[in-house]
Ligand binder design. Structure first.
Ligand SMILES: [Zn+2]
Length: 251
């Protein structure tokens, strides 16, 4: 299916193509995915997911990382669900009760609004150095990522993504300034991360037990991050794509 770049978290800012093509995994591809995905290695898994998207559309390499993170989620969603809805089960942090909720793509998945000025990047002061930030495309990100895939000096994907936001010729200095950030520099990096990567609003889930007899503002929700939903996505295929009597009839 073709997705308009306007529907992506970046709003399609600066793209010179109107759509990106994403298809659900077939049974064969899903089996290969589950067999080959490096589950215990977040860096390898991320690279693997990018390669899977690349098979659908080479333009993925020119997409911003923020959009690719969404497209990874979207491809998994259309693989497990025909109607873009998804069943989740979370544990209420207050009472420990399991809460089931059906997530609908149109109703529950929202991006934070993006400001075109933000997409043009910024000048920042970090660790006593002045840098320009970029909104990395996959191509740009992979130049930074490659070094960590090879040497593993940093294994936290979020950290590597943060390093990739900063443009400069001195890779070691940028790495030191990010990893060694203190006080307001930490706040700055968290703000950048929030602006350029965490574009999906968390999903609000209400525990029926804890909110019994409560109305309006009294009700307290649990925020579920969409990221956390992707982890074991395919295991839930059977729950999300059940078969009915029209699919199988035993003799
Ligand atoms: Zn509860």
């Amino acid at each position: 299916m073709e997705i308009s770049v306007k529907q992506l978290p970046s709003g399609g800012f600066g793209y010179d193509f109107p759509t990106i093509s994403i298809t659900p995994l077939t049974f064969l591809e899903l089996n290969q995915y589950l067999e080959q995905v490096p589950t215990d290695d977040p860096l390898g898994k991320y690279m693997f997911d990018i390669k899977v998207l690349e098979r659908d559309d080479k333009k993925i390499n020119d997409c911003y990382v923020m959009d690719v993170d969404f497209l990874i989620f979207f491809k998994k969603l259309i693989t497990v669900s025909e109607d873009l809805s998804y069943q989740i089960e979370i544990t209420c942090p207050e009472c420990g009760k399991k809460i089931k909720k059906s997530i609908s793509f149109d109703r529950d998945i929202h991006f934070k609004q993006i400001d075109p000025n933000i997409m043009k990047g910024a000048r920042i002061n970090l660790g006593g150095h002045v840098y320009e930030t970029i909104v990395p495309t996959v191509n740009e990100f992979l130049k930074v990522f490659d070094r960590y895939l090879r040497y593993r000096s940093v294994t936290d994907l979020k950290m590597i993504k943060t390093i990739a936001l900063i443009k400069g010729d001195y890779a070691n200095q940028i790495e030191d300034d990010v990893l060694g950030a203190k006080h307001s520099d930490i706040t700055l990096l968290m703000a950048l991360r929030d602006l350029y990567y965490d574009r999906l609003e968390p999903i609000e889930v209400y525990c029926p037990e804890c909110n019994r007899d409560k109305k309006g503002e009294e009700r307290r929700s649990v925020a579920v991050s969409v990221d956390s939903l992707i982890v074991d996505f395919f295991r839930e295929l059977y729950i999300n794509s059940p078969i009915d009597g029209s699919k199988i009839l035993f003799k």
